[in-house]
Write a protein that binds this ligand. Structure first.
Ligand code: ZN
Length: 328
């Protein structure tokens, strides 16, 4: 009897939940589920919880771990690739560097590959999403922060300290920029993340007279979201349109300079903020062309990510296929 096709276990570890999936070797999701992230006791339950959940789900499908080629895991922090340790990640409870790869291998008896989560999202979009199989791709994720992943010739660019692709910390405002979590000022993350857009909006709202939909919404709720800004812009609100144009300028400017360095086939924009769709991406493309070296402006395409929340697990799965399938 022929051996059954192997499955891949893929994990996207986040601060509030852990997404898990089984994929086939073509990157199709066979099953997916999630469990809460237990950050208590300095995060010591996280790895055992992941192992237990994978085995329980296998068992429910009347399978054993022999069915799995390995486990791919995307983690929200920089990785020390020589050891598979993740650097101190306070929002998971890990107050020191944590031997993530080793701990999960010990807990499961399976080979494990660990990668930064933004890099996994980029690999996922390359393999099965908007990157359409292109070997040169940059992925930028606009969520609570701004994450980035750079793929050159089919491989993640990691850099000397695993900190390559930190697109969120490109400085776009050299004078009087907002303070960033990284310790600098004026980083892209401070103006193009969901929180950054709200921050920009609040500055504009303070200056604004009445007569704006957005201003009225802010006065009624004493708060606004990035989504409110895009909705008001769609509704023709001038104040909101000015804020969106400013965000698009910062993004287009930063992406043009990335484009000039790498000339990727695609720059894929994902994360919650990308749900604004063409309201955001059309002006981003305009500014991108304005600041890009002309051959880059003509050949690098800016596309919205297409895999949504699944990009991370699909990218983690791709790494398992790449790392372990030849050993079979
Ligand atoms: Zn920064």
């Amino acid at each position: 009897m022929m051996a059954k096709e192997k499955w891949i276990a893929a994990v996207d570890l986040g601060g509030t939940s852990v997404k898990l999936a089984f994929l086939n070797m073509d990157g199709e999701i066979l099953d997916h589920w999630s469990i809460p992230t237990d950050r208590s006791s300095k995060g010591r339950n996280i790895v055992p919880d992941i192992a237990k959940s994978i085995f329980e789900t296998l068992h429910a499908k009347q399978e054993t771990k022999d069915r799995l080629l390995g486990i791919g895991l995307g983690a929200p922090g920089p990785i020390d690739y020589s050891t598979g340790r993740i650097y101190k990640t306070v929002n998971l409870g890990w107050e020191d560097d944590y031997p993530l790869k080793q701990a999960l291998e010990k807990e499961t008896g399976l080979p494990v590959v660990v990668e930064n989560d933004a890099n996994c999202a980029a690999l996922g979009e390359m393999w099965k999403g908007a990157g359409n199989g292109a070997a040169n791709l940059v992925c930028v994720t606009l969520g609570t922060g701004v994450g980035g992943g750079v793929i050159a010739n089919g491989d993640i660019v990691r850099g000397a300290k695993g900190a390559a692709g930190e697109i969120g910390h490109i400085v776009v405002e050299i004078e009087d920029g907002f303070s960033c979590n990284c310790g600098k000022k004026g980083c892209l993350e401070t103006v193009a993340s969901a929180t950054g857009i709200v921050r920009l909006a609040k500055v504009e709202l303070e200056r604004a007279d009445s007569g704006s939909i957005l201003k009225e919404k802010f006065n009624a709720n004493q708060d606004i979201s990035a989504k409110d800004v895009f909705e008001a812009a769609d509704g023709g609100d001038d104040l909101a349109k000015r804020i969106v144009d400013r965000v698009a300028f910062y993004l287009g400017f930063a992406l043009a300079n990335i484009g000039n360095s790498l000339n990727p086939d695609y720059i894929v924009v994902g994360g919650g903020v990308s749900n604004a769709g063409s309201t955001l991406l059309d002006p981003v493309r305009k500014y991108f062309k304005q600041y890009a070296f002309p051959p880059v402006g003509e050949s690098t395409k800016i596309e919205r990510a297409s895999l949504g929340n699944s990009a991370g697990v699909i990218g983690a799965g791709w790494l398992v296929k790449k790392e372990f399938s030849r050993e079979q």
